[in-house]
Design a protein around this ligand. Sequence first.
Ligand code: PLP
Length: 477
Amino acid sequence: MEANQFREFGKAMIDYTAEYLENIRDRRVLPTVEPGYLRPLLPDQAPQLPEKWEDVLKDVEKIIMPGVTHWHSPRFHAYFPTANSYPAIVADILSGAIACIGFTWIASPACTELEVVMLDWLGKALGLPEVFLACSGGKAGGVIQGTASEATLVALLGAKSKAVAAYKTKHPELKEADIISKLVGYTSSQSHSSVERAGLLGGIKLRSLEPDSSNRLTGDIVERAIKEDIESGLIPFYCVATLGTTSSCTFDKLEEIGPVCNENDVWLHVDAAYAGSSFICPEFRYLMKGIERADSFNFNPHKWLLVNFDCSAMWLKDPTWLVNAFNVDPLYLKHDQQGSAPDYRHWQIPLGRRFRALKLWFVLRLYGIEHLQAHIRKHIALAHYFENLVRGDHRFEITEEVLMGLVCFRLRGSNDVSEALLKRINGRGVIHLVPSKIRDVYFLRLAICSRYTEERDIDVSWKEVKEAADEVLLAQK
Ligand code: PLP
């Protein structure tokens, strides 16, 4: 493809993208295709000769769109949001043009340096303590990971290398493998599945602790587990607290957990994948009280802060544990300036990395903090709007305090009736929700996901829920 064609194709795609997003409300949120729908629509093999971009673009609408779940539709209420904004889309075009692989500083200095500064900007915007920021002048700093799952694993590996080094100093007679076999970490049964997975990938025991009656991991619970394990000869080394759990957006008691971890030399990682974006608003920062006690903190601007996937922001007070743990230094990756700026290849699992800081830069500059705050506040207000509609109908109950953009609710009575409700809602095809279950209580989760959502959209969603409930309750009589 030559530059002239690229210009035409690119402009046509920008037009298509704007049309798609501005009219997304009119598309059916969940596709109706069956598994295997796509193969019969495509030739058996790639074309021998170039095709016309106009034909490819036509096929996007004909072949791809029928199989797309429209995550940015105001009718989409499943999981948690994934972010989408024009500045981030444009930044990704530029990232594609530069297409550098910024694994070391010299591999593309702007790629590394913009990331360092953006993570400082973002950390300040969230009110993170200085001890996490590169501009504090110490060892600390931020990095963009692909996902929160990677951040949890990377933190675990840093904690592992720190614990092994500390234990070896105290017990030089012990072999590294013996120490690793005694390591034990902690999290809550309400934390995301990626935490359990990090334990499996990291090859260490990770205990899934039962939270308190309000589904929050507390200092007492962690302390009890640490004591038990020390008594059994194990080495507590890592703990993951969640701010905004996936099932119900509950916040662990960070203020209590932090001191317990600090006293026991346990690395505290805070996973705020979804809810972390809300800390851009000062009024929600009470929910991260105690954050200064954490060793690492992570949230996903790609969930709720208008930066398209992938952009998972992670800060570490002392990244040297990671840098040292992952330091494999072949000659072809060495450079003269090594040590004077981060070589991000040591801070992550893969070697390669895209120029993701560009989209953070574009979003922060083109929205400004005030508009990002307004976005978060609007979603939370819409969640309360839906909550009030639910509370106004005696057939329903709210199962979890609504703090962010997620409403957990169910029909009063057995789980069966709420399961039937969800089946009916999703079957009607106008809106899309997913369920969860805590302590055997099944409930529906309605997340405010789209940046286009208005009260009138919530009215549509509530009408769908109410009518589906009418049908379910009538069928039961
Ligand atoms: N942690 C929490 C609390 C989440 O809610 C999620 C996803 O929803 C994750 C981790 C995983 O996020 P990622 O897809 O970025 O790994």
